[in-house]
Design a protein around this ligand. Sequence first.
Ligand SMILES: [Fe+2]
Ligand SMILES: [Fe+2]
Length: 240
Amino acid sequence: MIAAPSTLRSIALEQPATIRVFESFHLDYCCGGNRPLSEACTQKGLDVESVLAALEESVTQEAAAEDFTQATPAALIRHIVTTHHAYVRSELPRLLPTAAKAAAKHGPNHPELIEIEKQLQQLGAELLAHLDKEEMILFPYIEALDAMRNGGSAPHACFPTVEFPIEAMIHEHEGAGALLEQMRAGTKGFQPPVDTCPTVAGLYHGLDAFERDLHRHIHLENNLLFPRAIAIEKEALLIR
Ligand SMILES: [Fe+2]
Ligand SMILES: [Fe+2]
């Protein structure tokens, strides 16, 4: 039974099937998910009872939803890298030239497309650097910390505690989420204007899907992997 005072974050964690409902109502369950459902609905002008009914229904039809709450840190990292990082790396080289083409063709009549191209370039550059930091620094450290439970040696780190890089990654997640929110707001929810070509429709469809995938990705890191890494490090310091 899902209750209105529960936080969006806790609902998404306990019932991953609800994520698609949060997405459909554009309710932020990842970066801004630490607040009660009732409050988030009021802020968005949504009827909390209708949202609750949709959430309950998604749980009933849960069969296909993936649950990572019991996954090991290594399995979770593998999933994040092979699914979400791979998605970002394959979508950006497709979306960036499409945004450039759309801005060149329709920018004079729709200046928001010029803005979209700039924002996407910024998002792309920041996200690619972010993925590299996670894959080269943070994730190997978390895996090594977890391996200490099976006799592995203490990993070398260039930070005093894992909370430092985690805080930096969460900050970057907020930046990426905010950029996509600005892009959504500037395009009335990725609605292509009627006088534009299918390139714009394709671009907006791609950006909408990109935002959804990013929310799932950030949810797995902020709400599952990072708290677990902090707990494992505390345990590992006792072993050391
Ligand atoms: Fe990531
Ligand atoms: Fe991340």
